[in-house]
Structures are given as C-alpha cells and as structure tokens.
Design a protein around this ligand. Structure first.
Ligand code: PEP
Ligand code: MN
Length: 338
C-alpha cells in the first residue's frame, strides 16, 4: 500500500501515519521523490483498509500496490531513480559505461587496462577480486590482494571501481574499495547477502540470475531497497535457455519490461549475455537501442592470455570502435556518453 501526502505536510501528520502503520504490525518506508511525499507500507498489508488512512490529516491518496515487488515498483515511485557517483548521474540521460577485465590477475594487467580505458574516457573500471567460478579448479581471484590492487589503481587513475562481493564475510572489505558493489548472477537470490549489501548504503549492481524471471530479479532488488538503499542498478546478463550456440541468451525483452515496471536503472552485460567477443559489439548496440541505461563490458589488454572469460572479452581497439558507435547511437536514442 502507498500513502501520498503533499511535500509540505507537517511532520506531526507524517509521524501519525507512520505510527498507525507500525501499530498494525507493518513497516513504513518514506520514498524519495520530488512531486509528492510517499510512504510505502510493507508487511502483512492484507489486513489494512484504505479508509483507515484516507481519514487521516494531510493524506491525499491511498493506493493498493498489486505487484509482488513494492518499493522497487513504478507504482510506489513514478520518477526514475537517479544514482549519483562522482559527477555521474546513473539512470539519467547519460549512459553508464563500465569496462574492464573479468578478474584482477596481477598489478601490471590492471594498471595497463585501466590506463587504456581512462584514455578513452571510461571512468568506471570493472574487475573481480573474488570470482564465482563454475569449477573449483578454475582461477578463483586474487581476493584481498586483488582488492589492494584495485584500491591502488583507483587512486592512480581516479576511476570508480565495480567489483563483486561473493559472500557476507567479504562485504565490508569490498565496500571499502568499491564505488559499486557487484552481486553476481549466482548470488541473486542469496537473500542474506542482499540484506548485508543493502545495509552498506553503497550503490549495488544486481545481476539477473541464470534462471531468474524479471519478477525474481525485482524481488531480489526489493531486499536491498527494503534496507532503505535505493542505489540499485539492475543488470540483464543473459539467461539459460535451450539454445547452445551462445553461452547464454541475452534477454533484451527485460529492458523495456523493467523500465515500465520499476524506477530503478537497468544496464546490460552483453559479454556474459552472448559469451563470444566477436558478437559482443552487436549486442551492446542492441542493448542501447532497447533503452538500457548503460553497459558493462569485459575488456582485456590481451584477451588470449586472460585467466577468465578471455573468449568473450574485447581487446581495447575493438572496444574503442564499439564505444564510438555507441556514441553515435546515443544521440539517436536521446542519451549522452561522458
Ligand atoms: C562477471 O561479471 O564476471 C560475472 C561473474 O558475471 P555473472 O555473475 O553475471 O556471471
Ligand atoms: Mn566474467
């Protein structure tokens, strides 16, 4: 349920509404917005009656939210959520471009690629220090040492860092270095981790699970937002289907569907989405055409030597060409590139 009040509602009227919600064993959430003051209600709302709130002073409207996801839905918050990082506004007109290798492999590798990307105007560097790998025998990441390298490269090139938190015990260390904490596809429904990351109040990049529906993804985002952390960037990264000619099936349908149903920004990862470097530029373009708020792309200075996901990584030259095409496309879809 959603209660709408005027922006200049006196505090005691807001407090009265909150108290009533709590007295009915539910939780009030004051939702940021610039046209109305909105209080979302979560919990056992079935027993609440609209009239209970309609009669209260300063209440203008009481709306039942019919979707399973509440705080992330457009019904609760009609204006797009904008996430501020440095002088970037994610979810606004500017496209977010995150690029970098799958994993931190060593200091030279990260400094080399960061320098190349910065030169192209990229301000968000991705690289995993903790890697979720399908096989326990594959490279698992440099862990704490990887975080240290990311912290050093961040200072050297003044870039924002996007890196994954694999479990609850590493959230604090990752949050120290990351400007955006990545939650991987395999962890999309690790609800304890979602809550832990939500509590940091840091921006979160939440990747869609391999077999997750759009509704599952939005319900997972709800766990983070329920911690009063609205800084959630959703990410379509391909799903498992019967198709075997590509690594995953990039579900670009999800982009306009999510745009309609949620106020959160949605970006696309064409690298994992298709899994073949040569075909990544096409899907990157398609993602922007579909209305995505940005891209996360794997780029490695020497893809043939990468310790993980080399086959789907672009080399810097190919990435730069793709970036130039995206710049042209951005104009057509009324977006900009930093
Ligand atoms: C990654 O970004 O390198 C990664 C592991 O992605 P996903 O969780 O989407 O598989
Ligand atoms: Mn990867």
């Amino acid at each position: 349920m959603l209660i709408l009040m005027a922006l200049n509602t006196p505090k005691e009227h807001i407090d009265k509404v909150k108290e009533k919600i709590i007295s009915m064993q539910c939780t009030p959430h004051v939702i940021p917005g610039d046209s109305k003051l909105a209080i979302g209600i979560t919990g056992p709302t079935e027993s609440l009656k609209r009239v209970d709130f309609q009669v209260m002073p300063s209440v203008e409207e009481v709306v039942r939210v019919t979707k399973k996801f509440k705080l992330v839905s457009r019904m609760m918050k009609s204006d797009d959520t904008i996430i501020n990082i440095g002088n970037h506004k994610i979810g606004g007109k500017e496209l977010l471009i995150i690029a970098g290798p799958c994993a931190v492999e060593n200091r030279n590798q990260i400094f080399e690629i960061a320098g190349q990307l910065k030169e192209m105007g990229i301000n968000f560097l991705r690289a995993g220090a903790y890697k979720p790998r399908s096989s326990p025998y594959s490279f698992q990441g440099l862990k704490e040492k990887g975080l240290q390298i990311l912290s050093d490269v961040k200072k050297e090139f003044d870039m924002h860092i996007v890196t994954e938190a694999l479990n609850q015990s590493t959230v604090a260390a990752v949050a120290e270095v990351a400007d955006i904490i990545q939650l991987g596809a395999r962890n999309m429904q690790n609800f304890a981790l979602l809550e832990e990351v939500g509590k940091t109040q840091k921006p979160v990049l939440l990747k869609r699970g391999l077999s997750a529906t759009v509704e599952d993804l939005l319900l997972s985002a709800e766990y983070i937002v329920a911690q009063n952390n609205y800084n959630v960037i959703l990410c379509e990264r391909g799903i498992r289907t019967f198709e075997t000619s590509t690594r995953n099936t990039l579900d670009l349908n999800a982009v306009p569907v999510i745009k309609k149903n949620s106020h959160l920004p949605i970006i696309v990862d064409p690298s994992h989405g298709i899994g073949i470097g040569e075909k990544v530029p096409a899907m990157a373009m398609a993602s922007i055409a579909a209305g995505a708020d940005g891209l996360i792309i794997e780029v490695h200075s020497h893809p043939d030597k990468a310790l993980s996901d080399g086959y789907q990584s672009l080399d810097p030259q190919t990435f730069e060409k793709t970036l130039n095409k995206i710049r042209q496309l951005a104009e057509i879809v009324d977006r900009t590139l930093a």
